[in-house]
Design a protein around this ligand. Structure first.
Ligand code: ADE
Ligand code: ZN
Length: 337
């Protein structure tokens, strides 16, 4: 039988928690900085990578927003997106649901259509070249005010056919989901699906609020829900998927070692957990690195790993027929792999 690491390598899967701006490899930061004549604080890609040593979400966010300052043109966003999709395809990702942060670009003078058209072109080429499908999720920055989020939603409305949903990211603590009640109500009324980062650094109560106040149908991270037994029972009973990012949680010091991570406990409690990568170069791993890290820590079997892959398609925003087709591919792979 093949090593389990190879089994993970070829296991068909969906990525449901990925910030496109967080896929900037240090080498690409330098390439785009030269193309766009942006001055950088670090002297080399190696020096920049060495700075990816965080003690909190905020320390990461400071570098994340700085790094995306090299993205200016439609081509930049297209190149970034295509580079990620090629890397994802190499990890047997068949479908990716991708966050983008338009406010972080508008505030630097990069207009919404430049960002969206560039990313959408990268996704189109990826589907043609690699057969990997995708959806886009517009995230609001929760550490800015709700009026700015509402204005961003208004700007995005003419492009709603290219955006499946809205999400909530950036610094969590002190910025509860309820701050964005009206924005999410409007977005849902316009036909967007709702997701939200909650229970990453913030308390379990933010997870419940994201469900009750924002109408979120999927929770990004959600790991701190494990601290509240009634909430875990609710997530299982209502089959609310969590998009968990183990290496991100480790690198942002949510847990000081992976054996303290609640992934296995949540899965065993019946919560539909999925495994994802968040911001891969910043956190030291793409999606298969995340699968391999939790397999090594928790000793997951091939069956259990296939279960996470099935859950990723089931929790996606694909049509039922596409979900069933991908899940059948996982089943066939498990039978032979
Ligand atoms: N933006 C990019 N990555 C993020 C994360 N892990 N949490 C919150 N906001 C983010
Ligand atoms: Zn995230």
């Amino acid at each position: 039988m093949r090593p389990i690491s190879d089994f993970i390598g070829d296991l068909p899967k969906a990525e449901l928690h990925l910030h496109i701006e967080g896929t900037l490899e240090p080498e690409m930061v330098f390439e785009l900085a030269e193309r766009n004549r942006v001055r950088l604080r670090h002297r080399s890609p190696e020096e920049l990578r060495a700075a990816y040593d965080f003690n909190s979400l905020q320390e990461f966010l400071d570098l994340y927003y700085q790094g995306m300052g090299v993205l200016h043109t439609e081509d930049d966003f297209c190149d970034l997106t295509l580079a990620y999709m090629r890397r994802a395809a190499a990890d047997s990702v068949r479908h990716a649901e991708i966050f983008f942060d338009p406010q972080a670009h508008a505030s630097r003078g990069v207009p919404f259509p430049v960002v969206l058209d560039g990313i959408a072109e990268g996704l189109r080429r990826a589907e043609r070249e690699l057969g990997v499908t995708s959806r886009l999720i517009l995230c609001f920055l929760r550490d800015r005010d709700a009026a700015e989020a509402m204005a961003t939603l208004e700007v995005a409305l003419p492009y709603c056919d290219r955006i499946v949903g809205v999400g909530l990211d950036s610094a969590e603590v002190g910025h509860p989901p309820s701050k964005f009640r009206e924005v999410f109500a409007r977005a849902r009324a316009e036909g967007f699906l709702a997701v939200a980062h909650a229970g990453e650094e913030g308390p379990p109560a933010y997870v419940a609020e994201a469900l009750d106040v924002l109408g979120a149908v999927r929770i990004d991270h959600g790991v701190r829900a494990a601290e509240d037994r009634a909430l875990v029972r609710r997530l299982a009973a209502e089959a609310v998927p969590l998009t968990v990012c183990p290496l991100s949680n480790l690198r942002l010091a949510v847990y000081d070692s992976l054996d303290k991570h609640p992934l296995r406990r949540l899965a065993e409690a019946g919560v539909p957990v999925t495994i994802n990568s968040d911001d891969p170069p910043y956190f030291g791993g793409y999606i298969n690195d995340n699968y391999r890290a939790v397999q090594e820590t928790f000793g997951f079997s091939r069956d259990e790993l296939a279960g996470f892959a099935r859950a990723s398609f089931a929790a996606s925003f694909l049509d039922p027929a596409d979900k069933a087709r991908h899940i059948a591919e996982v089943d066939a792979y498990l039978a032979t792999g």
